[in-house]
Design a protein around this ligand. Structure first.
Ligand SMILES: *Cc1c(COP(=O)(O)O)cnc(C)c1O
Length: 729
């Protein structure tokens, strides 16, 4: 008897298929699955922050039974479950085709991961990059597992009060209501992992999130039976003081390696995404040498063969330093058990082994425990070689063994549906699976009216979202919200600035010339409108002051219709912003933006970048500025920011807006299409999208680093390693 003849059976199968689909985070980049969940109940889907597990729990049996009457819906669920099964089985992936027979298994460590909005264990770009890395590894079939921490309260939720003061809320996540699986022993007891905690061992449990084919293991110390000071370790991301940070990094690095061992996973290569996880390199030595009690400093070099380290920022606050006595309180016993003299261990994290006062630097540790090292853009590679040349005092700066692999974004996650449909038609559906520079040349033939229709649709959609969000945020503050329903104009040039409010990013650069800005906003014939969003770190007072100033503009009745600030910048809001922007604005003090990735997301949606040539934009611009219509604009700035430079950069920015960007947007043909603007969009798609994505990035990591790192037995050899990373190792 078929399911359709037996309603009870049909319902059970429907439910089973939904459960199966809800348990894999692939829904976050597989649009048909996403749409299926949305169709079950759009309101609940949105309210649960697109959490399918929570959605099914909230709908309950009765509602699902009712949905099971819809035979189309049932058929779609069955089809999608089948498709997910096929995806998980793999077959024909890039890795399988190009590196068959390899025994590679990468363990990727990161303090944050942004995979999708319901799992908020990230603060910004580093987490988004890590999440996109996993998705591309999954799509490409690269054998990779990931390790991170499961923070009970994640990073904060932002609200801004009427005076522009940021309020931070920390709602606790209920792990049982998330797409997570608790790792257990065969007898059903949770797997517990010990880690050094002062003079004893702490314990963490392990949750697994399935990111397509990639398992992401998340450690959680919030165990009811443990003492409060242990339970607090994984409470918040970047929330505490140095001691709290140290505790977290011990759990991540040492606990993380032990978790893998307990799960029977033996990686051939370790990738440290930023210095936070550098203790993993130490634990690797410990596990490999075991009771041999060899001196760490001598052995470390040997094991560094298998370790890849990516450094992510030239900003000093981005690097962790721990006082030596604090470190000793936590790791003294651990290092003693390894048989390593304490001073030798300390020296791994210090520039100068003889300076008693020098703090222990996690970036130095990671540099010394790895053999393949990189910055995240060409310029950042250079800056990193200069920053860390002291580690190799016998080498000239260009020889310092730190290369670069430029960051990317996961296209299927970030391209909005109208643009994705356009790519399907013109580039071919394969754009999701693989990067192929040649295929993307087809973007040259997309007609202006088609391109412009997509651009306009996505801009209109963003403006709808902005009005809705603004209305909600005004209501929350108890302010009149009636004016919010018609802010912004779907036909007006829309410039978005969205990123963390770190002062080096200069969110307020435009505000330095208020009259000039007001003229642009209120021009009767060629107006501009701005949308701002971003969080300031809870302890970054100057960053919060920047936010306050932006907020003040967005509340000024003279300009508030054209200058909007949206609270709660997260991946959901980011998707709307990058899809709807005409221009993506970035004005960091050079060279502090190591890469930046939001501009790549915008580019993938056809936005034009207007940016200081820092991070990724420095190389994007250098390669393509010769085009008659290049893929955006560069605000020329000297190599190194110095006092007084802000004013010059503001002038250059206004000049570009007034003389280039705005006139080009409003230069229309008889059908109201801005042809030269469209040509710049095509240049963006042809030249930027096929390179600035994580499929290309993960392929580079795989061929130049993962497969070449180490000399562990049974390793196949990579071919075609790119010159981009030749400086590394
Ligand atoms: C992409 C993204 C970032 C990083 O973008 P930058 O260009 O590095 O600022 C930060 N936060 C969110 C929510 C993002 O989606």
């Amino acid at each position: 008897m078929s399911d359709s003849e037996n309603p009870a059976l049909g319902h059970a199968r429907f439910r089973e298929n939904l459960e199966f689909l809800s348990r894999n985070l692939r829904f976050s980049w597989h649009k048909p699955t996403w749409d299926l969940f949305a169709r079950l109940d759009p309101a609940v889907w949105r309210r649960t922050q697109h959490n399918p597990v929570c959605l099914l729990q909230e709908l309950g049996e009765a509602a699902l039974e009712e949905r099971a009457q819809d035979s189309m819906l049932v058929a779609v669920a069955a089809e999608l479950a089948e498709a997910l099964r096929a995806y998980l089985e793999g077959g024909g992936t890039w890795f399988e085709r190009t590196h068959a027979g390899s025994d590679l298994l990468v363990a990727y460590f990161s303090a944050e991961f942004a995979v999708t909005e319901c799992l908020h264990i990230f603060s910004g770009g580093l987490g988004v990059l890590a999440g996109d890395h996993l998705k591309s590894a999954s799509d490409l079939g690269v054998p990779l597992v990931a390790v991170g921490l499961l923070y009970r309260e994640g990073y904060f939720e932002q609200q801004v009060d009427a005076a522009g003061v940021q309020r931070e809320a920390y709602p606790a996540m209920e792990f049982e209501r998330l797409p997570l699986t608790l790792e257990q022993h065969a007898n059903g007891t949770p797997l517990l992992v010990p880690f050094p905690f002062r003079d004893h061992q702490g314990l963490a449990r392990v949750w697994r999130a399935d990111v397509g084919r990639v398992p992401l293991y998340l450690l959680d110390t919030d165990l009811p039976a443990r003492p409060p000071e242990e339970r607090r370790i994984t409470d918040r991301l970047y929330g505490g003081d140095a001691e709290h940070r140290l505790q977290q990094e011990i759990v991540l690095g040492i606990g993380g390696m032990r978790a893998l061992a307990a799960l029977g996973i033996a990686p051939t290569t370790i990738h440290l995404n930023e210095g936070h996880a550098a203790f993993a390199g130490v634990e690797r030595v410990q596990q490999a040498t075991g009771a041999e009690h060899t001196a760490l400093a001598e052995t470390a070099g040997r094991f560094a063969q298998d370790v890849v380290f990516t450094t992510h920022t030239p900003v000093p606050a981005g690097h962790d330093f721990f006082p030596a006595e604090l470190l000793k309180r936590y790791l003294g016993g651990y290092v003693w058990e390894m048989g390593a003299p304490w001073e030798r261990f300390l020296a791994l994290g210090r520039h100068d082994g003889t300076d008693e006062c020098e703090s222990f630097n996690m970036t130095l540790l990671a540099l010394r425990l790895s053999s393949r090292r990189n910055g995240v853009s060409r310029l950042h590679g250079e800056v990193s070689r200069r920053m860390w040349r002291g580690v190799w005092d016998d080498l000239e700066e260009p020889e310092v063994p730190i290369g670069h692999i430029t960051n990317g974004v996961h296209l299927a996650t970030w391209v909005a549906p109208p643009m994705a449909a356009l790519y399907d038609r013109h580039i071919g559906r394969e754009w999701r699976d693989e990067t192929d520079q040649v295929r993307w040349q087809r973007a040259a033939h997309v007609l202006g009216h088609e391109l412009w229709a997509v651009r306009s649709a996505q801009r209109a959609r963003l403006i709808e979202v902005a009005r809705r969000e603004l209305t909600e945020q005004l209501r929350r503050r108890g302010e009149p919200a009636d004016w919010a329903c018609d802010v912004l104009d779907p036909d007006v040039l829309t410039i978005v600035y969205a990123r963390r409010f770190a002062t080096y990013k200069r969110a307020t650069l435009l505000l330095s010339q208020p009259e000039r800005l007001r003229r642009l906003l209120t021009s009767w014939d060629r107006p501009v409108q701005f949308i701002f969003a971003g969080k300031a770190h809870p302890r970054d007072e100057p960053g919060k002051e920047n936010l306050r100033q932006i907020h003040a503009w967005s509340s000024d009745p003279r300009v508030r219709r054209h200058f909007v600030f949206l609270e709660g910048y997260d991946v959901e809001l980011a998707r709307s912003l990058v899809s709807g922007a005409d221009v993506w604005l970035n004005v960091p003090r050079r060279p502090y933006e190591a890469s930046g990735t939001s501009g790549m997301k915008a580019a993938a949606n056809g936005a034009l970048n207007l940016s200081i040539p820092d991070g990724w934009w420095a190389e994007a611009w250098a390669e393509h500025n010769h085009l008659a219509e290049p893929p955006g604009w560069s605000i020329e700035a000297p190599q190194h920011w110095a006092e007084g430079q802000d004013e010059e950069d503001a002038n250059a920015l206004f000049e570009l807006l007034e003389h280039d960007v705005i006139p080009l947007f409003y230069e229309r043909d008889l059908r109201a299409i801005p042809n030269r603007w469209c040509e710049r969009m095509r240049a963006t798609m042809r030249e930027l999208v096929p390179f600035f994505n994580t499929h290309r990035m993960v392929q580079q990591y795989t061929e130049a680093f993962y497969l070449r790192a180490g000399g562990m037995p049974g390793r196949t050899h990579a071919h075609g390693a790119s010159e981009e990373v030749a400086a590394a190792g």
